[in-house]
Structures are given as C-alpha cells and as structure tokens.
Write a protein that binds this ligand. Structure first.
Ligand SMILES: *[C@@H]1O[C@H](CO)[C@@H](O)[C@H](O)[C@H]1NC(C)=O
Ligand SMILES: *[C@@H]1O[C@H](CO)[C@@H](O)[C@H](O)[C@H]1NC(C)=O
Ligand SMILES: *[C@@H]1O[C@H](CO)[C@@H](O)[C@H](O)[C@H]1NC(C)=O
Ligand SMILES: *[C@@H]1O[C@H](CO)[C@@H](O)[C@H](O)[C@H]1NC(C)=O
Length: 445
C-alpha cells in the first residue's frame, strides 16, 4: 500500500510542476516557433464586431472548410452506425424527468418539435413550464432489442457517402481570421465497454461526437477530436491525411486535397488519431478500460451534412435543406436519448463504477462552441487548463495497432511491453492509471 501512496505523491508533485513548465492555455494559438510571427488572438463570438469578423454575414460556408473535412474510419465490426437525426426523432416522445408526456405521444415527433422550453399539461390538469434541459427524448421501442433505426447506416463503399446519416457542420467565427469548423457525428446508440469480460457498461441511446478543425485565414492549423467528454488536440500537420478529389457544390474536380483522418472507436464512437487500443483518459479508474479503432469503412461526412454558420449573433442555416428543418432543434438542451433506466428495470445492471444504461447525451450547442481553447472543458485535475496541440499523434496500443504506430510513443509503450497481464495491471495502478504517462506524454508529445 505504501507504494501506491508514494506513487500518488510523486504524481501529485509532477502535476504541480506543470503550471511552471507549461505555457498558458493560449499556447496552442501561437505559431510554431520556427515561424517568428505571433498570430492574432481569437475573439469570443459574442464580442465580434464588423472590424474583426472572419466570415461574411451571408451564412455561406467557405470552401476551405469542406476541403479539410475529416474522414472518419468507423470500426470494421461496428454495430451502431451513423444516422439522420430527422429520422431518428420520429421514434421518440419527449418526456420530463418524472416520465410525464411533454409532447403528445399520438403525434409523430419532428425535429421542429425540439425547442428551448416546453409548456405542457400534466396528467392532473395543471400546466408546467420547463427548460428542455430537464427533458429526455424517450424511445417508443425497446432499445434493448435493437430496433432497425438504432443500427444506423453504413457508408457506401468507395465514396464513403451515408445517405441516411448526415453529419452536422457548425461553422463558428472566432474573429481576426480565425474560423472553427465543428463536425458533429450522430449515432443512435453508444455501446459501452466491457470490464474484465463483463458488460457492456455505460450504454446510452443517442450519441453525439465531434471534431473541430480550426483555421487561420483559410489554412487549417489545429484539429481536436472528442472522446468520452474529453478529447485530444493536434497540430493539423500531425494527423494522417488521405488524398481525395476536391468537391465543389457536390461535383468532383480534378484537384487533389489532403483531408485529415480520424478513427471512431467500436461502440463508443470516441475519436482518435490512430489505430489500435486506446486507454480511456480516466484517472483514478483502475480498470483496464479501452477503446478500439481500426481501418473499417470510411465515412466521408462532406458528402452529406446539415450546415449552419454562427457569426457571433445568430445561427444561420446554410441552405434550403437546413431552412426546412429550422434551427430550433439546436436550441433543444435536453437529452437525445432515454433517461437512465431505473434500478428495478430488468434491463438495468450495476457494477461499483458504472450502470449498464445511462442518460442520453445533450446536443451540439452543449459542447462549448464559443470556446477559445481547443478543448471544450477541463477535468478538475487539469487545474492549469492546459490543452496543448500535440505535434505527434498519440499512438494506439495492442494487437490492432499498426506496426509503425508502436514507434514514437513512450510510456504507453513501456507498459505495453510488460507481458504478464497481472504485472501490467499492477504497474498501471502504480502509475496512477496512466496519469504519469499522461504527464510524460504531455511534455514529449
Ligand atoms: C475586436 O474584438 C475585440 C474583442 O476582443 C473588441 O474589443 C474590439 O472592439 C474589436 N475590434 C477591433 C478593431 O479590435
Ligand atoms: C402519455 O400519453 C399517452 C397517450 O395520450 C397516455 O396513454 C399516457 O398515459 C400518458 N402518460 C402519462 C405519464 O401521462
Ligand atoms: C399536479 O402535479 C404536479 C407535479 O406532480 C404538482 O406539482 C401539482 O401541485 C399538481 N396539481 C394539482 C392541482 O394537484
Ligand atoms: C416559460 O418560461 C420561459 C422562460 O422561463 C418564458 O420565456 C416563457 O414565456 C414561459 N412560457 C409560458 C407559456 O409561460
């Protein structure tokens, strides 16, 4: 036991060094050191004025955003593929936290029924006025039985087009030449991980993931990708690219563009920059909890997406298609899937750290789109609020990891090389479930 405390102590000491050794959170916004120029600061969207706005106010999506749209390798044995939110919501009713009808279950729910606040009649005849935050999209079918709509659609082979699975693009002006392109990926179901053969844990109906490509004057500078409420930030040049023909208004041109590649993990759809096994970034969680990515079917979100521009004042739909579904659904702050099943439900299970079924997630506007840092938020132990963009991709471990991926990682590799699993588990505990590695990676990555 003494060793554990010593290890925690050492880790704490290391963590405490960070604020001195590291620059402020805006370090990611500066140019690499070899370029002498310091780029201008980002401007919070609500502080923009006409002198420092980066985008025209007509709601047009700049071409460079589409040219640098990430491609997503889904997992080869994925069961829950992307789907269309407009079709998805038709299988739901909106209920409040007590299970009362907020919308009429006799009518089909439409995206346009999703809104900021609800005023509805309770069964005893009184009226209630609540924020959508306290509501849940509640499935009409038993989601435990995998209804067809829960499975989503695979990308078409070759093109990567998902006809019934538009991505959602939110373009946010960050002023002084900076523009953020948030690509949201919607999956109808999140299948959580297994822990030592038991599971899955942490399943939920509805799954929103996203990536962010940050541009300065039309040049992609940074990319950030979401994973389990956190994620990882990279310099744009660090991530793998795929050559594709440039599209203009849906038509192919002979020009080649190099598009960034991200990998969506099996079941959880967490995003990573490489192939293999990825430990969840959850310190204090001593169990070997991992995500897996591989080069499964490639999804090209630029073939089908709903696009909106946020110019600092309002959300502007980019075409008639978005106009027809309106922007109200973006203001819906409720849960995009069922409330956590109650303890007594036969489908629910519990283990000391997790439930089998948890609440559905909240939507795109809950992901801190006005953020200045690349990271949407900071976990409590990251008190120095660091979100440095890595120069090297964080490599996956494990059997699926590609050979080259094993070169260049440091701590993860050391642990990976420890063969007996029991010994490795002990070492992982001693290294505070990877925090030590995290800290080392933080400096060397
Ligand atoms: C640009 O943005 C800042 C907010 O950081 C604002 O105070 C300022 O008035 C704007 N205009 C100019 C010319 O800087
Ligand atoms: C919700 O509405 C349906 C159909 O009108 C009704 O059968 C059901 O009892 C209502 N549920 C609650 C909790 O009021
Ligand atoms: C109806 O139910 C709500 C919530 O359960 C309660 O707050 C309210 O007082 C009830 N109204 C009447 C008239 O019983
Ligand atoms: C419900 O509450 C919101 C905000 O609290 C308010 O703007 C709205 O007018 C209310 N609606 C009704 C019908 O009372």
């Amino acid at each position: 036991m003494g060793w554990v405390w010593l290890s925690i102590f050492i880790n704490l000491c290391l963590a405490v060094f960070v604020p001195w050794a590291d620059d402020d959170p805006f370090v990611g916004l500066e140019a690499p050191q070899d370029q002498k120029t310091i780029l201008p600061p980002l401007v919070p969207p609500n502080k923009l004025d006409d002198s420092n706005r980066s985008l025209k106010k007509n709601g047009q999506i700049p071409d460079y955003i589409i040219d640098n749209c990430p491609l997503v390798h889904l997992y080869s044995e994925e069961r829950y593929w992307p789907s269309d939110i407009a079709e998805y919501v038709t299988h739901f009713d909106i209920k409040d936290a007590q299970g009362n009808n907020v919308t009429d279950p006799l009518e089909t729910l439409k995206l346009s029924s999703l809104q900021l606040n609800y005023y509805y009649k309770l069964f005893n005849g009184t009226y209630n006025n609540i924020s959508s935050r306290d509501t849940f999209l509640t499935s009409r079918d038993d989601f435990d039985k995998d209804p067809k709509w829960l499975l989503g659609s695979r990308p078409e082979y070759g093109t990567g087009h998902i006809k019934n699975g538009p991505a959602v693009l939110m373009v946010v002006d960050k002023g002084n030449g900076w523009v953020d392109a948030f690509w949201f990926y919607f999956y109808p179901f999140n299948l959580g991980p297994f822990i030592m053969g038991y599971g899955p844990w942490g399943n939920h109906v509805g799954d929103w993931e996203h990536s962010l490509v940050r541009f300065y004057r039309g040049e992609p500078r940074y990319i950030w990708m979401s994973a389990h409420g956190g994620g990882s930030a990279y310099r744009f040049e660090a991530v793998e690219k795929v050559k594709k023909l440039r599209r203009r208004n849906g038509k192919l041109t002979p020009e080649i563009v190099h598009r960034p590649l991200i990998f969506s993990a099996s079941g959880t759809h967490a995003n990573y920059a490489s192939v293999g096994q990825h430990a969840h970034d959850v310190p204090f969680f001593f169990m070997p909890l991992s995500d897996f990515t591989d080069r499964g079917p490639m999804w090209d979100p630029s073939m089908n997406y709903y696009a909106y521009v946020f110019d600092g004042e309002k959300i502007i739909p980019s075409s008639d298609r978005e106009e027809s579904i309106g922007v109200n659904w973006l203001h819906f702050r409720g849960h995009w899937g069922d409330k956590q099943l109650p303890w007594g439900d036969s489908r629910q299970r519990w283990c000391p750290v997790q439930w089998r079924y948890i609440d559905g997630p909240t939507g795109p506007l809950d992901k801190n789109l006005p953020r200045m840092s690349l990271c949407p938020r900071f976990v409590w132990w990251n008190f120095w609020k660091g979100c440095p963009a890595r120069r090297l991709i964080k490599k996956g471990e494990g059997l699926d990891a590609e050979k080259n991926d094993l070169i260049g990682d440091n701590c993860g590799i050391l642990l990976y090389k420890v063969k007996p699993r029991w010994l490795r588990s002990i070492l992982r505990i001693l290294t505070w479930r990877g925090v030590l590695c995290f800290v080392m990676d933080y400096f060397t990555g």
